[in-house]
Design a protein around this ligand. Sequence first.
Ligand SMILES: [Zn+2]
Length: 102
Amino acid sequence: MAITRNVKCPNCGIFNKNRDYCKNCNTLISFEKRQEQKVIAYKKEELKKAKDDIANPNLAERLKKHSFWLYRIVGWVLYSAYLLVSAIGALIAWFIAMVAAG
Ligand SMILES: [Zn+2]
């Protein structure tokens, strides 16, 4: 490593030179590693959400099949909004992945 980094441990306050983990209490102190873990956690969360959506048909899906026409319209409106939100979410996820990779 070219640059010497002196990172103060947020847990115990000890300064660590060029370490990802605190030499005293083993807390993760590397900024890059923390960011990496955040991205991984975020991706896991997105995956979990996608799985939940497949497992439990959402309110919009149920309303779309409702016998009363007004409920079906509400279902389609919700469905459209849901699609839009999903598209934006996917875009944000893609953007974060690009930033993390670059
Ligand atoms: Zn520490």
